[in-house]
Design a protein around this ligand. Structure first.
Ligand SMILES: *Cc1c(COP(=O)(O)O)cnc(C)c1O
Length: 450
């Protein structure tokens, strides 16, 4: 009888993160300053500690995880992997479906994997405060948790639409001792100017980032922490894929398809990048990033140089983008409402090593509910995107009589997202169409990456 849960011992928590920058077929294009010239690592020194800046530009394949970080990881890692046998049965598919469950962390998602590391390196560098943005509240909770673990003060700018939709995320952030403000706020220049422009704006991640960066850049005791997109963030998330590989090895299975939902790209990159080593070794393996139809960065965006935030305070990063002033509709998968994407994910997608699929909101909730009714776990709306495509792949296997092995990361639980499920059950959720002309205009202003 095969186990449903494939578990590892605490001693099997990875000792190193995997840095995909060591294995790129062509190097990652550098970030650019406002003058269009490549910026050096020191341009980030006002807001990040040196250790993280070094990771950001490192091309070393394996980077040791500090003992103090592994010690905190032990609180919930290794994360379990499950065989989705009841879902397979319900679908009547010959495919085998496995998922890695990151909802076991205290904050309920994969985000503490990097939050803990970032808090550690900032503490080591003598920093006492962190500012950050949060969309759905997952990242704000995670950095509040990490701040509590390492004794740092944390201030969170929370995108207004989520601040209103998810009051209990706010309470969770406060429980762990951090402050949380609705963004745009009156506390920063970027916030005040956005409010002057449109007092009813739902806010956006790009705008909240501007507020947090502005504050961090203006205070010597304060640094900024980003929950996704950057190379060092994706690096920290490779514990997901590395553990999954060890779990598959234990049962003598290798996946044919690896799936992750993709907002800024950290859980997808963290899941998929270690499997690129298998791909390079000749294994046929598909790596699929799933994004919302309403914010289709990889599938409809353009590979260009764009700012990471809406006010244009960050360097220009080479990424698939919808334009930094794009404000996506207020869908419930708040963690997937980002205008750009990780430069590493973007580069690898541009090289054809990763696939991308966009799915509409209603179909993702339908998949998440089907999953919950079979497997019991209630997924985050973001994770429902990965589940949608895993189910679609399993149904395709059924049609074609193929027994593929499908693997996806269940990036978080949806216990704080019940208002979204309520609205789904009440028939109040909609599919948003993608504002083609608006985005085309924004994209025309951006400089393509050659
Ligand atoms: C934040 C979040 C995401 C999206 O972020 P990525 O950096 O793309 O991984 C996905 N799922 C959950 C549960 C999240 O909290």
């Amino acid at each position: 009888m095969q186990d449903i849960k494939i578990n590892l011992e605490e001693a099997e928590i990875p000792s190193h993160w995997y840095n995909v920058a060591a294995d790129l077929p062509t190097p990652l294009p550098p970030p650019l300053g406002p003058d269009g010239k490549p910026i050096g690592p020191d341009a980030l020194a006002a807001i990040f500690p040196e250790a993280l800046i070094l990771q950001e530009v490192s091309t070393e394949r394996w980077i040791a995880i500090p003992d103090a970080v592994r010690e905190v990881y032990r609180q919930w890692r290794p994360a379990p992997m499950f065989r989705a046998r009841r879902l397979e049965e319900a679908l009547g598919t010959p495919a085998r479906i496995y998922y890695k469950y990151e909802g076991v962390s205290p904050a309920g998602s994969h985000k503490p994997n990097t939050a803990v590391a970032q808090a550690y390196y900032n503490k080591q560098a003598g920093i006492s405060r962190l500012t950050t943005e949060t969309g759905a509240g997952q990242w704000g909770s995670s950095i509040a948790l990490a701040g509590a673990m390492f004794g740092l003060t944390v201030r969170v700018y929370m995108v207004r639409v989520s601040y209103q939709q998810k009051p209990f995320r706010r309470s969770l952030i406060e429980t762990w001792g951090a402050e949380v403000f609705s963004s745009p706020s009156e506390l920063t220049h970027a916030g005040r100017s956005a409010l002057a422009h449109d007092p009813n704006t739902p806010g956006s991640l790009g705008l909240a980032i501007s507020e947090a960066v502005e504050e961090a850049a203006g205070r010597a005791d304060t640094h900024y922490a980003l929950g996704s997109v950057l190379n060092h963030v994706v690096l920290h998330q490779t514990v997901i894929g590395l553990e999954a590989q060890a779990q598959f090895k234990k049962i003598g299975v290798t996946p044919d398809v690896v799936i992750g939902c993709c907002g800024g790209g950290s859980n997808f990159g963290g899941t998929a990048f270690p499997f690129l080593m298998d791909k390079a070794a000749g294994k046929e393996i598909r790596l699929i990033a799933v994004e919302p139809d309403s914010c289709p960065t990889l599938t409809k965006g353009r590979y260009c140089y764009d700012n990471g935030d809406s006010a244009g305070l960050t360097p220009l990063m080479p990424m698939y983008s919808l334009g930094h002033d794009f404000i996506p509709p207020g869908i419930h998968a708040g963690g997937l409402r980002y205008h750009g994407d990780s430069p590493l994910v973007s580069h690898l997608h541009h090289l054809g090593l990763l696939e991308a699929v966009a799915v509409p909101q209603l179909a993702t909730f339908q998949a998440g509910v089907q999953f919950a009714r079979c497997e019991g776990i209630l997924p985050a709306p973001e994770s429902n995107h990965a589940i949608r495509v895993a189910i679609d792949e399993a149904l395709r296997c059924k049609e074609q009589g193929e027994a593929k092995t499908i693997f996806f990361t269940l990036s978080g639980h949806g216990h704080f997202d019940m208002a979204a499920y309520d609205r789904y059950f009440a028939g109040q959720l909609e599919d948003y169409s993608y504002p083609e002309e608006e985005i085309a205009a924004a994209l025309a202003r951006l400089r393509p990456v050659e």
